[in-house]
Design a protein around this ligand. Sequence first.
Ligand SMILES: [Fe+2]
Ligand SMILES: [Fe+2]
Length: 271
Amino acid sequence: MQIMNNIFQLAEACLTSPDLTVKLDLTQQARKLLENRTLDFSESSPPLPIHHVHFPQQLRWVEPKDLRQRKLSSLEGRVALLHAVAHIEFNAIVLHWDGVYRFRGLPQAYYRDWLTVAIEEMTHFCLLRHRLNELGAEYGDLPVHNGLWQIAEDTAGDILARMALVPRFMEARGLDVTPAMIDKLAQVGDKKSAGILKTILADEVGHVAKGSYWFQTLCRMKDQNPEVLYFQLIENHLGGKVRRPINQKLRSRAGFSNEELRRLMAMSSIL
Ligand SMILES: [Fe+2]
Ligand SMILES: [Fe+2]
């Protein structure tokens, strides 16, 4: 593989490759460069349009409604849950690399933060993939849905929408639903999988917190009120649909204001 040390070239190579191993290897390469402080942040060519981003060839895509729900008490059910979460984590690697690649002219700290998050998502994905392998399965064995990538495409031209909807909506949703998943896995005796989700949940609070920080910082730079714009963006892109549960404690730790939490609770439906 070609050795690159520029963050945007690495991002482009990672995003446009249809090969799962290449994507992971390039993310690992970026991790080493970041740790050694030899990563180059200079910008040369502008980003390619988002349709140049590829997912691994082996994935079979279906509509979210066509994914079967299985009981967690069975091995099949646990594999389905872990496969679904592995897919979320894989999407997250690609989403955060895309956030690095697509939005230019920002402080270097922005790129460092989101590359660090992409690297953590790779760790999450690898933990889950390893667990799937222990249970006799592999990522790509089950069909996957493209609901998460749809949000990336919808927000490709607007960094404020990207920050609001990726870390502060999708990843924040993870804070809401993961504690119950951990409890269910522990109840059926799968402590190992529960432990992996606990590790992931602790990191995800940090991802949402970075989303809050950059959303608020960039709003200030663009003379926007973050508390007003956040709800406008949810309305424009998602029709204002907010589901319960809302994990107020973890969201508060991740930078949601009391006013934002109050509004989210008021507009959420029990689904
Ligand atoms: Fe993650
Ligand atoms: Fe994340």
